[in-house]
Every structure is written in structure tokens, then in C-alpha cells.
Write a protein that binds this ligand. Structure first.
Ligand code: SAH
Length: 381
């Protein structure tokens, strides 16, 4: 069924069905609105103007049209809107018209109906590339990093979260070249595995990709990277690819170049290699959050606000992993789950950082040891 919707500042014709699936004539997922909101707002806070943008898996074109209509005109020099489906390209053209973006007069916009890799490789280079597929971004990463300009931004969505989060370990190894971890840490480890895979492909071309913003939701993972060029810079990125080790007894987490380490007199469980550096650039997330909170358009967007607030808070702590408090309480046969504010305060009083995390609502991210955290939980019981 065809339908007209409003998203952000634009109107868009889309196809809808009871079930969102790739069987639709052109794909549109309302649950990805937050993904598109974050995209527009991340571009808004970039100091640079005149961006050459490539949206090569565009479907209805909604993402590009939002960028064009919602960002200041000087921000964008050109936008390539591409999809391999003829139905999609037809719809993109209609949606441009609906939003009064006349192709003839507007030489900013190019539309093409190509394979995404060809669309990228035919270009001269882009300052912003969005890889937002249905499923794994894998088939498009190589072309994207090849055509990513110096200081350019690459955005990657993965909706095959079950591979990254370890439902099928071999699928993760095949597709993302690392061992996942099937426990409470699975989404954080999954996104770190995805980050490393993209960084490795970029490092072949002596490009260093640093995450600017990374998050995971129920349906997808999303990472924005900024690109620098140079062998040393690429090496520095690769030096932060390590294993994450987890003690199944005390729940202690650590990172190491080795994957065989003991804790509580037994071998720790391991995942990786994966990116163990920062997931977010704190100042940038703060800036995005400030803009979103100020913008009337996002007044009712509680999901977006909550997500950005959580990412902002956790970007203050750079440790890998977190402690699931409910599990720690249960594992140690404690009666009560203390208030999170009290636990965080107690960690801070002992000189450690502690914050909540968007990866797990029952968890605390902290550089405190598991043993010390357990003693705090005991004290608070
Ligand atoms: N980015 C869109 C959603 C994209 S869905 C949004 O924000 O709404 C994925 C789209 O990729 C589909 O429209 C599909 O036709 C297109 N696609 C799949 N494989 C492709 C390929 N190899 N090259 C170009 N487009 C492709």
C-alpha cells in the first residue's frame, strides 16, 4: 500500500505493509527514524561545509531528502542518491518533487540506478558516505573506504545483529573475522567487532578510521567514522584491536593482546579481536544532544533524546564492557538490588568513574574491579 508520511521536515511517499520486509516494492522502516535523525544531526555539527555526499542504498530517498531539506544549504555541495532498484529510483524522483526539489534546477542532486559499489567507484571521492543496507554492510565497505576523502565521514548500519552479537559464532567469524561473546556484553562486543572489521579494510588503503559515534539498538548497530590518511595513523588504529576477556565466575572484564588469561583459577572466556578504543567523541555527542534538546522538531522524540543522553553519559568512561548489576546481585546471593545512583556514588567515592550504559539498562560501566563492585553491593544490601 502506498502512503504519505511526514518525517522530520519532509513529506515522503512510501510503501507500507503490516510486516516490514524486503518484499516491499521499496523498503521503508519507520523504526529507522532515529537512525536518520542522528545522521542529520551529526552532519549539522560538522564544522565543514560543501560536503559531497553519497547515499548509495537510498530506497525511498528519505535520508538524502532530509539532509537536503534540514541542513543549511551551505553544508552540502552535492548528493548522489543511488539504489539498484528501478522502483526505488522512481520513488526517489517522486519524493524529490513532493519536497519541491526540482532536479532540472537543482544541480546539487544526482540520481542513479546502479549497484552501490559501482556508484561509489564511479565517483571521485566523497566527504560523507552512508552505507545503510538491509542486513550486513559487508559488500559495500571496500568501495566506501576507497572513495572516502581525507577527513571524510563514513556511516555504517548493520542489521544482522544476531551474527555480531554471537547467536551464530561461525557466522560472526566468517563475516566479521572475530569471535563474538554470547552474554550480557554481546552488543557492545558486537559493535566493537564491526568497528574493527571496517577499520581493517580501511587500513589496507592506509586510511585510519576513528569512531565518532557508535550505538546499538534492538534492530541495528550504527557507527560513524572519521577518516585520516597515513600509515602510522592506520597502525595506531590497528594497535587498539585486542581481545576482551571475561571471567565467568567474578564477571571481571579486561582487554589484552592474548586470549588465554586466568581469573578465579580458571581460563577467562574471550571474544575478539575487536576495537578497544573510544566508541564516541564526547564533545561532538554533547553538541548533538544540545541541538536536539533545543530543537522543537524533536520535542516528542523521547527515544532519540534518551539514546543521545545515554551515549553522552557513557562517553565519559572509556573502559570496555560493563557490569550487569542484576546478574552480580544474583550471582552473589544478595537480597536487594541497590539504587543505581547509590552504586554510582559509591564507585565515585572510591575514586572510580561510573555511569550507566545504553547497551544494558541493568548495567554500570566503570573502571572499578568486579571484586570491589561486589563489596559495594554487599555494603549497600
Ligand atoms: N537507507 C534507506 C533504507 C535502505 S534499504 C533508508 O534510510 O530508508 C536497502 C536498499 O538497498 C533497498 O532499497 C535495495 O533496493 C537497495 N540495494 C540492495 N542491494 C543493493 C546494491 N547492491 N546496490 C544498490 N542498492 C542496493
Amino acid at each position: 500500500m502506498e502512503k504519505m508520511i511526514k518525517e522530520g521536515k519532509i513529506f515522503c511517499k512510501i510503501y507500507s505493509d503490516k510486516k516490514i520486509s524486503r518484499e516491499l516494492p521499496v523498503f521503508y522502516n519507520p523504526a529507522m527514524k532515529t537512525n536518520r535523525d542522528v545522521t542529520v544531526e551529526l552532519l549539522r555539527v560538522q564544522k565543514r561545509n560543501n560536503l559531497q555526499i553519497a547515499d548509495v542504498l537510498a530506497a525511498s530517498g528519505i535520508r538524502s531528502i532530509r539532509m537536503i531539506k534540514e541542513l543549511p544549504a551551505k553544508k552540502i555541495k552535492t548528493v548522489l542518491i543511488n539504489d539498484c532498484s528501478e522502483n526505488a529510483v522512481k520513488l526517489i524522483k517522486e519524493n524529490l518533487k513532493i519536497n519541491k526539489l526540482n532536479l532540472g534546477k537543482n544541480n546539487k542532486i544526482t540520481i542513479s540506478c546502479n549497484d552501490a559499489n559501482k556508484a561509489l567507484l564511479d565517483g571521485n571521492g566523497f566527504d560523507y558516505i552512508d552505507i545503510d543496507p538491509f542486513g550486513s554492510p559487508n559488500p559495500f565497505i571496500d568501495s566506501a573506504v576507497k572513495r572516502l576523502a581525507r577527513d571524510g565521514i563514513l556511516a555504517v548500519t548493520a542489521t544482522d545483529t544476531s551474527a555480531l552479537a554471537g547467536t551464530f559464532e561461525n557466522a560472526c567469524r566468517r563475516k566479521y573475522w572475530a569471535k563474538p561473546m554470547r552474554n550480557e556484553l554481546m552488543h557492545e562486543i558486537g559493535i566493537r567487532i564491526l568497528i574493527r572489521k571496517v577499520q581493517l579494510i580501511a587500513s589496507q588503503y592506509e586510511k585510519a578510521l576513528t569512531p565518532l559515534l557508535s550505538y546499538s539498538t534492538q534492530h541495528y548497530m550504527r557507527v560513524f567514522f572519521v577518516c585520516e590518511k597515513g600509515k602510522e595513523k592506520a597502525d595506531a588504529i590497528n594497535n587498539l584491536h585486542k581481545y576482551v576477556l571475561y571471567c565467568t565466575n567474578c564477571m571481571q572484564i579486561q582487554t589484552d593482546n592474548l586470549n588465554k588469561i586466568e581469573c578465579c583459577n580458571k581460563q577467562m572466556q574471550y571474544a575478539g579481536p575487536c576495537w578497544v578504543g573510544e566508541l564516541n567523541q564526547k564533545k561532538m555527542v554533547q553538541h548533538i544532544l544540545d541541538n536536539v534538546m533545543r530543537n522543537k522538531m524533536y520535542k516528542e522524540e523521547k527515544e532519540l533524546q534518551k539514546l543521545l543522553q545515554a551515549i553522552k553519559e557513557e562517553s565519559c568512561v572509556s573502559t570496555v564492557g560493563f557490569y550487569d548489576i542484576h546478574m552480580l546481585v544474583k550471582r552473589n546471593n544478595l537480597k536487594n538490588i541497590p539504587k543505581f545512583d547509590f552504586i554510582i556514588k559509591a564507585c565515585k567515592q572510591r575514586g572510580f568513574d561510573a555511569v550507566r550504559t545504553h547497551f544494558d539498562e541493568y548495567a554500570i560501566k566503570s573502571n572499578i574491579s568486579a571484586k570491589m563492585l561486589i563489596s559495594i553491593l554487599k555494603e549497600l544490601n
